[in-house]
Design a protein around this ligand. Structure first.
Ligand SMILES: Cc1cc2nc3c(=O)[nH]c(=O)nc-3n(C[C@H](O)[C@H](O)[C@H](O)COP(=O)(O)OP(=O)(O)OC[C@H]3O[C@@H](n4cnc5c(N)ncnc54)[C@H](O)[C@@H]3O)c2cc1C
Length: 204
């Protein structure tokens, strides 16, 4: 959308998309890229909300040290968030380096949403997160309609169906259209381990 070239042009591009989506009663989620773009992405979302375009949300990464503060601010502004572990290699100056720390922070961010009754999207294929959310919701009388799980198309498809059968909301993230191949190769370049995961899942 042009963020690395000209933040103002990027804002204008995204505004057009979000305004068009609003006409169709639709919602736009802006993915989160690596940490140099975190603040700029949040700024765009908050600016759109300030203009009354509230049908736009973004993504918060549990590996970032700043994320608790971001979630506090974004919840206050009523922004719909997707929570993820985070997909990029980030330095220790900005991100937790141990998976156990990322998981603990992920749980804290989810809890901040659920305890305040704010709808949240939890995007993870990790059973440690999924089972924790189910247990936490059950113990605290939180309805399954208060959150949704999200997974990538092609990964854990039978578990996605199982979650739906259990009464949970599950959204499947699916690239489509003519640009699917560049999107896919970029995702693989970010995390080559995904290639093995995709191949394994094709034969499941
Ligand atoms: C819908 C969606 C949107 C996303 N958007 C963003 C974004 O905007 N910005 C961003 O930085 N990141 C995004 N991500 C990526 C995210 O940050 C993580 O990098 C990615 O989801 C991997 O972390 P994980 O929690 O899924 O578990 P992983 O760390 O990949 O896996 C944890 C464990 O889960 C189990 N597992 C995982 N996959 C399988 C499988 N197929 N079969 C069996 N077991 C499995 C394994 O035990 C594995 O060790 C998104 C992810 C999803 C699902």
């Amino acid at each position: 959308m042009g963020l690395a070239l000209d933040p103002e042009a990027c804002y204008s591009n995204i505004r057009d998309v979000v305004a068009e989506a609003k006409q169709h009663n639709n919602f736009v989620r802006i993915d989160m890229e690596d940490s140099p773009y975190t603040q700029a992405t949040i700024d765009i979302v908050l600016r759109l909300h300030g203009e009354g375009l509230t049908n736009v949300g973004t993504v918060i990464q549990a590996y970032l040290l700043r994320s608790r503060e971001d979630v506090k601010q974004l919840i206050k502004a009523g922004v719909n968030l997707r929570l993820v572990k985070g997909a990029y290699k980030e330095p220790a100056s900005v991100a937790y380096q141990q998976m156990s720390e990322v998981i603990d922070n992920f749980k804290t961010l989810i809890q901040m949403h659920l305890d305040q009754g704010v709808y949240t999207a939890i995007a993870s294929h990790d059973d440690r997160i999924i089972n924790w959310v189910k247990e936490y919701a059950h113990k605290n009388g939180i309805k399954a309609s208060a959150f949704e799980f999200q997974m990538l198309y092609g990964l854990r498809m039978s578990d996605q169906a199982q979650l739906a059968r259990e009464g949970y909301r599950i959204r499947c993230y699916m690239p489509y259209g003519s640009m699917w191949y560049p999107y896919y190769t970029r995702r693989l370049a970010e995390k080559p381990a995904n290639l093995w995961m995709v191949v394994k899942n094709m034969f499941k």
